[in-house]
Write a protein that binds this ligand. Sequence first.
Ligand code: ZN
Length: 770
Amino acid sequence: MSLNRLGCSGLIVLMCAQLAFPQVPAEKPAGASGLRGFSQEHSRIERDWESKFKAGISRDILRDSMQRLTARPHHVGSAYDKDNAEWILARFKEWGFDAKIETFQVLFPTPKERVVELVAPSRFRAKLQEPIIPQDPTTNQISEQLPTYNAYSIDGDVTAPLVYVNYGNREDYEQLDRMGVSVKGAIVIARYGEGWRGIKPKVAAEHGAVGCIIYSDPRGDGYFNGEEYPKGGWRPQEGVQRGSVMDTDYPGDPLTPGVGATPEAKRLAIRDAKTITKIPVLPISYSDALPLLSALRGPVAPEAWRGSLAITYRMGAGPAKVHLRVMSNWDEKPLYDVIATMRGSEFPDEWVLRGNHHDAWVNGADDPISGMVAVLEEARMLGQLHKQGWNPKRTIVYCAWDGEEPGLLGSTEWVETHLGGLQKHAVAYINSDSNERGFLHASGSHDLERFINDVARDNKDPEKNMSVWTRAHLYRIARATNPEQRDEVRKRNDLRINALGDGSDYTAFLDHAGISALNIGFGGEDEGDQYHSIYDDFHWYTQFVDPKFEYEQALAEVGGVAMMRLADADLLPFEYLATADTLTKYVSDLEKLLKDKQDEIKEKNLELREGVFDATADPTKTSVPPPVEVVPPYMNFAPLKNSLDLLKKSADRYAIALDKAQADGSLTIPQTSLVQLNAELAQMQRLFLNERGLPERPWFKHQVYAPGAYTGYGAKPMAAVREYMDQKKWSEAETQVPMVAEVLANVAAGIDRAAVTLEQALAPSAKAGN
Ligand SMILES: [Zn+2]
């Protein structure tokens, strides 16, 4: 699925530095005297190999690979999806990897019948077809293109009055209530944007709607932003965003939650699969949406709800009446994950993983091939280095996932199948997906925050004479919306990385298996958006996104260097100060959320008593005052804060020991201690798991990182507590506090053990023994 780039800014790494002169950021490479986690000698050797690696990355090869992989539509189950997997397999083998294809069988519905028509007050039938653009050579591959649809929409045939629901999030329905508009028995039309598209039919169904239409308003990714394709890069009037609308209970094959979708796996009946929508859904273009929206009457939509069409946006219900019909082939389709391994020379049982998906909705140049070709180019160069004598100490595993678009299928099924081995051996997983010209963004588990900062400091931006780190840092300052934000960006040594939510193949690794993870990419300077359309192709990408493949090269460099350092480090480069700092912020966010809710509800109740709503309501319009609500009780966050104190102490203790170990810029730890310490560090992220999982989403085991059940894409840190608070279930939320606190205390104890191991390794007796 990949992140809708409209929502991408939230993932952009916060770039921060401690600077005496903020306008002149330090260009000092990370650990100039030696790479963190490397002995002085190994550091020198490593930097030599990194230079060779970067020198070999070829923009021509990146371009050729993209042209080859995007030549035809390659969605799950298509002929070219398999062809691409086999081509990728052959490349990995050619480059010296031990590579294979792992196959799974998954439920993947494809559309059989699709109808959207206005039946009253006038008649109009939606085209539901993206037209060929003559100068774009792959747009005419109609017989191989998946029609415009939302995967995992339930079959249905409904005719009902239409209601416009803005983005279709929960807050939008509160607004509808205030204006006396009900969606009960109606078909809703929502615009794309503001969160995972699967939330729209989910919330609509919860409010009694019988169907859901999602359209692309030009405000989001069309002419509001720039010229439409092919004149410019933005979505044209008949362009449609395909996409999955799977519910948020668990990613992966809807029929095999928690286990790999192997041939012998026990499968749910389709009707029992919780992630299929409750009501039928179809996506449409704005040209198909215009007659529908124009036919709505009822209240004028609030200002924030209005898009860029030349109409008065109204909410309905009706008199527009719509017929919506969706029927799919509910077949199982094969997935082809390509897995390529280069065995570690010293620690073959420690695995460092890297992945990107290869399946697309159609030709998929930006999503996902822009990321895929960078990952492949890394692998090609690592293969070259291997032939020249470079041997990774740890085993490196390159993965090209299938079935990401429908719901992270390939990565999830693979992680579920190999869960035991992964939890024993995996050190970290680094993901990419769509990649564009612009600024580095990284998100991930905070034990890798400092590590990815170091890597970013050591890689050059292709457009400016500075590191990708400095450019991203300065970008953050420019984008800050208030002095406090700017201050925070400048104050910290490292770029703050955001937590991972949902939206690409890292989810199963981090949220289900407890494997430290990063998601990296560039973006922000591309001139257009054709997300999940037939126009996301080579012709478009090479005109409007990254014509010179400079940021493809940059991604390959950052990703490759990160892989090499993780694979070769004497001491795994995890640290925990950023984790402690971020968790502190999460806990104060929870406290602030409670206080804000209390204040908001107190104020609302007061205004109800004062008669504010009654006095200001226009008697000629419908308006319903909000209900009086019980003010949320105070909650006891003390268990979380106590655990946090422990965690801070442990993180400090480990950091002090680590500084000592690298005091003279080189690493001085005896080999036997290193082996034990690395084993402890590699397992640390696992301690965040709770086998019971989140209270209402047991597949999600991680107690800090998870996507929101009603937001998707973005992370909802400490979701066990937070999700209940969002639902105003205060006592349930409070019950979760000690359980999350217990997990954090376990993590603190784990970090303490690592600190003790490191301290003992540094003790004079241990040194003497070396
Ligand atoms: Zn993607």
